[in-house]
Design a protein around this ligand. Structure first.
Ligand SMILES: Nc1nc2c(ncn2[C@@H]2O[C@H](COP(=O)(O)OP(=O)(O)OP(=O)(O)O)[C@@H](O)[C@H]2O)c(=O)[nH]1
Length: 435
C-alpha cells in the first residue's frame, strides 16, 4: 500500500495537470484523484465550489483559522500508515480517520407540518436504549413544552434550541458551535444526535457541515438524512413554481434523503399515495421509502442507517437493490419537478481508474452545484474489492468495500441526483471510462 504522503503527492500532481488543461486559475480550482487503489476512505472537496460558498456565506470563511484544512482531506480507515499521516503543503491536509466511534447524527427534515416533531417524539419515547441529544431548529418562539412533551418525559439528554433563523443559512455557525459544545461537555453521556430542521430548510448546507467543519467531522458522523413527506399536502409544495434561482425546498428535501417517510397516509386514498411515491422516485430513486401515519416507523429505519458510512453493508445493498428494482420497471428517467431528477447507470465492465478520475473531476468542476448527491459501486481494473463511493455536491467520499464474489458479475451501479441531469451525457461519459 502506498503511503498516505505519496498518495497526497498524486493528488497534487493530478490537480495541477487538470487545472492547466481547464485553464482555471490555480487558486480557484482543485480536483484530485477521486478513486485510489488504496484501502482508504477519502473525502475530497473541490476548491472551485468552496470559492462560491465563501462568497455566499461568510460564516464559513470567518470561522476558519486554517481554511486549507477543508479543501481536501484524505482519510485512512484501516491503514497502519494512518498513524504517520501528516499535513502536506500540496494536498491540503491528511487527517487520520478515527476508528469510527464517532457519534452518529441524524438529520430530520421535511416540509412545514409534515410530521417531523411527531417522528422525533416517536424516536424519543421508543424503547431503543439510546441516549439522544436533540437539536431543534425553529423560527421564532418555540413552545418546547408543547412540541416535545414526549422528549421531556423520556428524559432526553439534551434539547438545544436554535431559534430565529434557518439552520441552512444564518445559524449554521451556531450549529457548529452547539455540536462542538455538546461533544466537549457531554461526550459519553449520549449516543446519538438528532437534528430537526425547520420545514423551510434546504438540507444541503447542513449535510456539508458534517464534512466541511473539522470541529464536527472529527467527533460526529452523519448517519443519515430522513425526510418526512406529507401525503396530503406534498403535491402543492412540490408544484410550487419558484423564481429563477430560488430552490424549491420540498424538492430539495426529497433529493437529499437517505430515508423517506410518506406520512399522514390516513388523510389520502391509496392511488394518491401511489402517485406521490412515483413522483418522489422521479426525484430520488436512491432513498428507501415507507408510508406511515404519525411517524410510526421501525427505529432501525431512521437510526443507525449508515447513509454515509461506506463500510456499512446495509448501505450499498439496500440502495442498489432499490436502483435495480426501479431500473427493471423504468426504462427512462422522469421528473415533474423543475429539473431535479435521478439518473442511474447500471452496466457491466471494468473501469479505468485514471479515466474515471478525469471524468469525475471534469464533471464536478462544471456541475458540482447541480449534482446534489451521487452514490455508486464500481468495478475497478486491478481491484479485487468493490469500490463504493458517494458525494454531496463536490464533497466526495469513497473506499474499497468487500471482495467481489467468485461468481458475482462485476456490475457498476451509479446514481446521480440533481438538477438538469443529462442521462445520455452521464452514461456516455461513464462508459468511456470502461476498458
Ligand atoms: N392525520 C394525521 N396527522 C398527523 C400525522 N402525523 C402528524 N400529524 C399531525 O400534523 C401536525 C403537524 O405535525 P408535526 O409533527 O408538528 O409536524 P412538523 O413537521 O414538526 O411541523 P413544523 O415544525 O411546523 O414544520 C400535528 O398536529 C400532528 O399531530 C399523521 O400521520 N396523520
Amino acid at each position: 500500500m502506498a503511503s498516505v504522503a505519496s498518495v497526497s503527492m498524486g493528488i497534487a500532481t493530478n490537480f495541477l495537470g487538470l487545472a492547466k488543461t481547464r485553464s482555471y486559475p490555480i487558486s480557484s480550482v482543485k480536483t484530485t484523484h477521486f478513486f485510489t487503489r488504496n484501502r482508504q476512505n477519502c473525502i475530497v472537496q473541490n476548491r472551485k465550489f468552496l470559492a462560491c460558498t465563501i462568497s455566499a456565506n461568510s460564516r464559513i470563511v470567518c470561522s476558519s483559522k486554517q481554511p486549507e484544512r477543508r479543501f481536501s482531506r484524505r482519510l485512512t480507515a484501516v491503514s497502519s500508515s494512518a498513524t504517520s499521516a501528516a499535513e502536506t503543503e500540496d494536498s491540503g491536509v491528511v487527517t487520520k480517520i478515527p476508528p469510527d466511534n464517532r457519534i452518529p447524527a441524524t438529520i430530520i427534515t421535511g416540509f412545514l407540518g409534515s410530521g417531523k416533531t411527531t417522528l422525533l417524539n416517536h424516536i424519543l419515547t421508543a424503547d431503543h436504549g439510546k441516549r439522544i441529544a436533540v437539536i431543534e431548529n425553529e423560527f421564532g418562539e418555540v413552545d418546547i413544552d408543547g412540541s416535545l412533551v414526549a422528549a421531556k418525559a423520556a428524559g432526553v439528554e439534551d434539547i438545544i434550541m436554535l431559534n430565529n433563523g434557518c439552520l441552512c443559512c444564518t445559524v449554521r455557525g451556531d450549529l457548529v458551535r452547539m455540536i462542538s459544545e455538546l461533544v466537549s461537555k457531554k461526550k459519553g453521556k449520549f449516543d446519538h444526535i438528532v437534528i430537526e430542521t425547520t420545514g423551510l430548510a434546504n438540507p444541503a448546507p447542513i449535510i456539508q457541515t458534517f464534512y466541511a467543519e473539522d470541529q464536527i467531522f472529527n467527533d460526529v458522523k452523519l448517519d443519515g438524512v430522513v425526510t418526512l413527506v406529507d401525503a396530503k399536502h406534498a403535491g402543492i409544495h412540490l408544484n410550487e413554481v419558484k423564481a429563477e434561482g430560488v430552490v424549491n425546498e420540498a424538492v430539495e428535501q426529497i433529493a437529499y434523503a437517505d430515508r423517506i417517510i410518506v406520512n399522514k397516509t390516513d388523510l389520502v386514498h391509496e392511488p394518491e399515495v401511489a402517485s406521490l411515491v412515483e413522483r418522489i422516485k422521479g426525484i430520488n430513486r436512491m432513498a428507501q421509502l415507507k408510508g406511515t401515519q404519525y411517524g410510526q416507523v421501525d427505529l432501525d429505519y431512521v437510526l443507525g442507517i449508515g447513509g454515509f458510512d461506506l463500510e456499512s453493508s446495509a448501505f450499498p445493498t439496500n440502495f442498489l437493490n432499490a436502483i435495480a428494482e426501479h431500473h427493471d420497471h423504468h426504462s427512462h428517467d422522469h421528473s415533474h419537478d423543475p429539473g431535479v431528477s435521478s439518473v442511474s447507470i447500471v452496466c457491466e465492465g471494468t473501469l479505468d481508474l485514471e479515466k474515471a478520475n478525469m471524468w469525475l473531476g471534469n464533471l464536478l468542476l462544471d456541475r458540482s452545484d447541480d449534482i446534489y448527491r451521487m452514490k455508486g459501486l464500481l468495478s475497478v481494473d486491478g481491484m479485487d474489492e468493490r469500490f463504493v463511493f458517494q458525494g454531496v455536491h463536490d464533497i466526495f467520499q469513497g473506499s474499497p468495500d468487500r471482495l467481489w464474489g467468485a461468481d458475482e458479475a462485476r456490475v457498476n451501479k451509479l446514481v446521480f441526483i440533481g438538477k438538469n441531469l443529462d442521462r445520455k451525457e452521464l452514461e456516455e461519459g461513464f462508459k468511456d471510462c470502461l476498458l
